[in-house]
Design a protein around this ligand. Structure first.
Ligand code: GTP
Ligand code: MG
Length: 370
């Protein structure tokens, strides 16, 4: 943060230096006229004297910058992040179960996904793909939006026996808004009433022209039940991913995005993060939103302890000071003091905002309550 001497501030305000010293004393912060004070104290003083302050730029007070760019030669290929989206019950989780050889669907309350799941799958060819499973239920718009925003590719799942439904269309819109390429997976092809061609036609109404209709959006017919078409789906993902030439720098301090966070009764605050770049290691000190922490343990998607996590890997982090919000960025910093300083600064900013800005729509209102 920018600092200024009491004298210089007095000059800028056209007040007497001695009056500022007196005011500081009255505020319980004795200073001399040549002493340097920080931006926040300066603001306080300015307000004390009834002036208005203008911060030169947001960068004046920005403590952690996350927009630095890694040089081209440091970049290495990274796995694609693929988000599965679509209407409720169209088979998103079942498809992932089939790809992973797991049975997440069975363990879900009422068979409804209520959170974002993050998994890695190794294909036959040895490629790794990171998958995010999103809920299809209409209540989870914000989660779907988030899913579309952290991903490289969206797989839109449409049940062949049901067709385009409200959350299918919502997912299409989020994907377009995020500017992410889409692959259409027409699921439940094992059902006798499956009508894949109707889906392709209806997609045209939303300006999605699939390859079967001579367009350039890949479409694959699949069945999560029989496993038919899954290899083709992975091939389609692979092809799309190659076109994107996804890269990130692995050998640097990690930067990650919170996919989900919660308070676990036994383990304390937990966050599932997706590494954007760098490598997150045990012992790393970090800030994440308004929280700080030190990585106590890292778990992969199968619950196994890992020492570190590189680009595109989803990992559960233990060692947070509190529960961050989904969508927050985790940034590794050099020491604990720095981490606390940044976290506290952000908390103050957040408090200011909360008291001055009213939520603008339902979504921000919900996220403000999270
Ligand atoms: P939400 O997460 O709640 O949006 O649902 P989802 O899209 O994850 O659907 P889920 O995988 O939970 O599947 C919903 C139902 O469809 C379950 O009963 C599945 O067994 C069934 N199902 C999923 N895929 C197929 C398929 O390919 N064929 C058949 N016949 N049934 C399927
Ligand atoms: Mg599901």
């Amino acid at each position: 943060p920018e600092a200024i001497t009491v004298q210089e501030l007095a000059n800028r305000m056209a007040e007497k230096g001695a009056d500022l010293v007196k005011a500081m004393f009255n505020l319980g912060m004795p200073v001399t006229i040549t002493q340097t004070i920080d931006q926040d104290t300066a603001e306080l003083l300015v307000e004390e004297f009834g002036h208005n302050i203008q911060r030169v730029s947001e960068a004046d007070v920005d403590i952690v910058t996350t927009d630095d760019v890694d040089p081209e030669e440091t970049l290495k290929p990274r796995p694609p992040v693929v988000t599965i989206m679509g209407h409720v019950d169209h088979g998103k989780t079942s498809l992932l179960d089939a790809l992973r050889g797991t049975d997440v669907t069975r363990g879900e309350a009422g068979g409804i996904t209520q959170h974002i799941g993050a998994y890695q799958v190794k294909t036959k060819g040895g490629d790794i793909v990171t998958f995010l499973d999103t809920p299809g239920h209409e209540a989870f718009t914000e989660m779907r939006m988030r899913g579309a925003n952290v991903t490289d590719i969206v797989v839109l799942v449409v049940a062949a026996d049901d067709g385009l439904m409200p959350q299918t269309i919502e997912a299409i819109n989020h994907t377009k808004a995020a500017g992410v390429p889409m692959i259409v997976a027409i699921n439940k092809m094992d059902k006798p009433e499956a009508k894949p061609q109707r889906i392709r036609e209806r997609l045209l109404e939303h300006e999605i022209v699939v390859e079967e209709m001579s367009g350039d959006v890949q479409d694959v017919e699949v069945s999560a039940k029989t496993g038919d078409g899954l290899d083709k789906l992975l091939d389609a993902i692979n092809l799309q991913s190659e076109l994107l030439e996804l890269k990130a720098r692995p050998d640097r301090d990690a930067e990650a995005t919170v996919v989900e966070a919660k308070l676990d009764k036994g383990k304390g605050p937990l966050a599932t993060v997706l590494i954007n770049r760098g490598t997150l290691k045990r012992g790393d000190i970090f800030v994440v939103g308004t929280q700080s922490g030190r990585v106590r343990a890292l778990h992969d998607d199968k619950g196994r302890q890992v020492k570190e996590a590189g680009p595109s890997m989803p990992v559960e982090v233990l060692g947070l000071g509190g529960v961050p919000r989904a969508g927050d960025t985790l940034t590794v910093v050099e020491d604990e003091q720095r981490a606390r300083e940044v976290a506290e600064y952000r908390q103050e900013k957040a408090d200011e905002k909360r008291t001055t800005v009213a939520p603008t729509n339902i979504d921000t209102m919900f996220s403000a309550l999270n």
